[in-house]
Design a protein around this ligand. Structure first.
Ligand SMILES: [Zn+2]
Length: 122
């Protein structure tokens, strides 16, 4: 079995999506793998464990709570905004000047947005 394996992902060296040749993983830390970019020929070490934690794209639609201003959210929760068709993670909470509650959400497409939460219903 000498067939070379490739994956397409972002190369941190040339900054583009490129076909990466899998060179091998590090013994004793199997989540870390060496890749060689077929564009710039640089070898880069990717820690899939770390990538999972830092990559907001790891948020799946199924794990998201549908956003609605009447709901209350918690830091770290994944939410889905149906109007924007966007997923994000709650980063912090804030009390607004009129005594209401707001959350700061880091969205995949729209970036950091402030949304109303826990809105009292009439
Ligand atoms: Zn590259």
């Amino acid at each position: 079995m000498s067939k070379t394996k490739y994956v397409v992902q972002l190369c941190t060296s040339c900054g583009r999506e490129a076909k990466m040749e899998i060179i091998g993983s590090i013994v004793g830390s199997e989540t870390k793998t060496w890749y060689r970019c077929t564009r710039c020929r640089h070898s880069i070490l990717i820690d899939s464990e770390l990538q999972k934690k830092n990559n907001p794209l790891a948020v799946t639609r199924d794990s998201c709570i549908n956003y609605s201003p009447e709901k209350e959210f918690h830091i770290g929760e994944a939410i889905y905004h149906s109007d924007w068709d966007d997923m994000g993670t709650v980063k912090s909470k804030e009390r607004t000047s009129n005594g209401g509650n707001a959350i700061w959400v880091s969205f995949e497409k729209n970036g950091l947005k402030k949304l109303i939460e826990n809105l009292p219903q009439d």
